[in-house]
Design a protein around this ligand. Structure first.
Ligand SMILES: CC(C)(COP(=O)(O)OP(=O)(O)OC[C@H]1O[C@@H](n2cnc3c(N)ncnc32)[C@H](O)[C@@H]1OP(=O)(O)O)[C@@H](O)C(=O)NCCC(=O)NCCS
Length: 193
């Protein structure tokens, strides 16, 4: 049976999410370097940065391979042709669910990019066969991240203790869920996409 892959591209002209490829390494490298302090409070992996271009290419090659085999989608977010962030649709929360992750370049905050990306990923995720729900998780101290599922009409599932893995965290994981059949996507940017 052919491998069922998550979508390679979502969105449309002006705003799209596209599978991150090895050729994106230089642009991602610059974006991560410029956003290191913005991301440090919330993204555990930033502690490893800067990893350099060679390791970045190797990492992107692994990401591509994972996606090709039916695994996670890690995508670059472009708005007006510019890389404005990275997002992902991950298979790490069980066989019938997907989890969304995102970060947006500090110069582009408050434009709805995280919300629009998460909205496109939610619609795509829930249309995957066998996927019953899509979740967004964030540390309780990361209020800005929590506003994304709230404004997208996700249901708040609850809180659970978690390890503190980045310096801004308090170690409480907040879980939000959009379920097949009950999630009502709000109107918003990306509708025509
Ligand atoms: C959390 C994060 C991704 C939010 O990114 P963002 O693109 O600024 O988020 P959005 O713009 O979609 O939503 C945030 C605010 O912008 C506003 N907004 C949304 N759409 C908008 C639009 N089209 N025009 C103008 N403003 C808009 C929203 O009103 C929202 O604020 P509010 O809910 O208080 O009203 C970003 O702050 C970030 O990268 N943080 C560091 C990494 C991180 O924490 N990642 C998540 C880990 S769980």
């Amino acid at each position: 049976m052919p491998v069922r892959r998550l979508p390679e591209r979502l969105g449309g002209p002006g705003f799209d999410l596209r599978l991150a490829r090895v050729d994106d390494a230089p642009a991602i490298d610059v974006a991560v370097r410029e956003n290191t302090e913005h991301l440090r409070p919330w993204m555990p992996w930033i502690a490893e940065e800067p990893i350099g271009l060679e390791r970045r290419r190797a990492m992107l090659a692994r990401w591509e391979e994972d996606w090709e085999g039916g695994g996670d989608l890690r995508a670059v977010i472009h708005a007006g042709g510019e890389l404005v962030g990275i997002c992902g649709l991950h298979r790490r929360i069980g066989p019938d669910a997907l989890e969304i992750g995102y970060w947006v370049d500090a110069r582009h905050l408050g434009n709805g990019y995280a919300s629009t990306a998460a909205r496109l990923l939610t619609v795509a995720g829930l249309s995957e066969p066998g996927v019953h729900h899509v979740e967004i998780h964030h540390d309780k101290a990361n209020e800005r991240s929590g506003r994304v599922p709230r404004r997208l009409g996700y249901r708040f599932v609850g809180e659970e203790p978690d390890e503190v893995s980045a310096p801004g965290e308090v170690g409480i994981n907040c879980i939000w869920r959009a379920s097949e059949g009950t999630w009502d996507p709000p109107a918003g940017p990306g509708d025509s996409a």
